[in-house]
Design a protein around this ligand. Structure first.
Ligand code: SF4
Ligand code: SF4
Length: 472
């Protein structure tokens, strides 16, 4: 169990460890300034997640991580497995952005944007819709099983299952494509049945199970016992990080306003427990900063509501900093650690944006014939053989021409005058370079292959060597 609060006046805000014995939490739903921001943020992200796979760009799915064909489409950009750098860069940027936001504003990600928070919120709304507010849900949990209880539970489970299937289908559609997922049907026993590849069935099962298990059963346990982010947050927090805190000096001694109690005998906390009832992780913010706190600010809204009702100023629980609350000094919003994160983040985004803008959507790989350095052909010319692989990384078909930069005495021989390639297509073309042994300088000569799209839009160059070794 969390230890009760020690008096934190003139001390650091106490930090409590998680309580592993807690039962499922049934939070009361509250309204207020922060909850309205949360609802807008959470549902905007949810809608974006559901709608994005349906967007079309240039005649196909705009965001499509087509793993089977190893093409990853993000609007006008096609990435290939070789472009793994961009994926790695994206995750590094996201991590730095998260660190920066956490240093400044604490766990806003957890409270306002984390998928776990959003789905749990959604699933708990279903419970509220079927069973009613917090007290009714707690009472329902304690009731013995009856036909009515089973019917209500079944309805909740069914809605949760449908939400889990929709979530799984949306996840999978980013990879399989909406066309494969929703457009392929067969008849089974006279009934329409999805005609999906095995991997789509397996993915659907895994994502449905994971969504249901996380949002219906794991809930706040995911945040308090499994997610590592909540654990290392304290490393990122400093005295000026915004945290949801109870003003101990103002609130204590807490107590009910009984008849005959002199107002000066008590602090502003009227011991209504509303801040505990609305907490999705079931903690009491008055015990101090706790690992379980996802900073959803529900307790701020609930307490402000109570303060309005009893005629006290708002902000007994509020977003503040340790420096402000404990040391009674103004917070330092601009600080070196924050600048370091901003600098790193800007530099990273700059490098990735530059490489992305500078990227030529055309690739050439050259492999030399490993069996023979060079040979003498039937015309008496020294010949070097290569395999040139050209990949069209654009989203349109193009004709490509392979040439050799002018080198004294060397001549390129290709099978085709030009190579037509569809969007995303690769082709391995055997080519050779020949030279008259009397005209060419002997030894190893650097050579430069060029590939140009016929419309002149794209051009790349790659170096290799031509050798006379073996014929000297
Ligand atoms: S909601 Fe405010 S007044 Fe009520 S118990 Fe919590 S801190 Fe005290
Ligand atoms: S203590 Fe307050 S901010 Fe923290 S999780 Fe509970 S309700 Fe949200």
């Amino acid at each position: 169990m969390s230890a009760p609060a020690s008096n934190p006046i003139n001390h650091k805000i106490p930090v409590h460890e998680v309580d592993a014995t807690k039962k499922h939490v049934h939070p009361r739903f509250t309204d207020g300034f922060y909850q309205r921001i949360r609802v807008v943020t959470m549902y905007a992200l949810l809608v974006a997640f559901l709608v994005l796979p349906w967007l079309q760009y240039d005649g196909r799915q705009a965001i499509w991580f087509d793993v089977p064909s190893q093409h990853y489409y993000i609007f006008g950009v096609t990435l290939f497995p070789q472009d793994f750098f961009y994926l790695a860069a994206f995750f590094i940027i996201a991590a730095f952005a998260l660190f920066m936001v956490t240093v400044y504003a604490g766990r806003v990600w957890c409270g306002y944007a984390c998928p776990q928070t959003i789905w749990v919120h959604l699933f708990q709304h279903v419970e509220k819709w079927v069973l009613g507010e917090r007290n009714q849900r707690i009472k329902f949990d304690k009731e013995p099983y009856s036909a009515k209880k089973i019917a209500k539970k079944s309805l909740i489970w069914m809605i949760w299952f449908v939400l889990s299937v929709i979530t799984a289908a949306t996840f999978v559609s980013y990879v399989s494509g909406t066309q494969t997922l929703y457009g392929s049907w067969q008849s089974l026993g006279g009934l329409p049945f999805p005609n999906w590849p095995t991997w789509v069935w397996i993915s659907m099962f895994i994502f449905t199970f994971a969504t249901y298990a996380n949002a219906a059963y794991m809930r706040e346990f995911m945040c308090t016992h499994i997610c590592p982010y909540g654990r290392f947050q304290s490393v990122m927090f400093d005295k000026d990080t915004l945290i949801v805190s109870y003003d101990y000096n103002r609130g204590e001694p807490r107590g009910h306003r009984k008849k005959g109690t002199h107002p000066d005998d008590l602090g502003d906390c009227v011991e209504c427990t509303m801040c505990v009832q609305v907490c999705p992780t079931g903690i009491d913010i008055r015990d101090g900063l706790q690992v379980e706190c996802i900073q959803c600010a529900a307790c701020i809204d609930a307490c402000n509501d109570i303060m309005d009702k009893v005629g006290y100023p708002r902000g007994l629980i509020r977003y503040t900093t340790e420096r402000q609350l404990v040391e009674n000094e103004p917070s330092k919003y601009l600080r070196p650690r924050l600048f370091a994160y901003i600098f790193l983040l800007t530099a990273l985004i700059g490098v990735v944006a530059y490489t992305l803008l500078d990227r030529v959507p055309l690739e050439m790989d050259i492999r030399r014939d490993r069996n023979q350095l060079s040979s003498l052909n039937s015309e008496g010319l020294i010949e070097n053989s290569y395999i040139v692989k050209i990949t069209n990384k654009t989203q349109q078909p193009h004709d490509y021409k392979l040439t050799l930069s002018a080198t004294q005495g060397l001549d390129l021989r290709t099978r085709f005058p030009s190579l037509p390639l569809d969007a995303g297509e690769s082709y391995e073309m055997p080519v050779s370079i020949v030279a008259d042994p009397k005209l060419v300088q002997h030894g190893e000569l650097p050579v430069e292959f060029n590939v140009d799209s016929q419309d002149g839009t794209y051009h790349i160059t790659k170096s290799n060597v031509f050798t006379t070794q073996g014929q000297d």
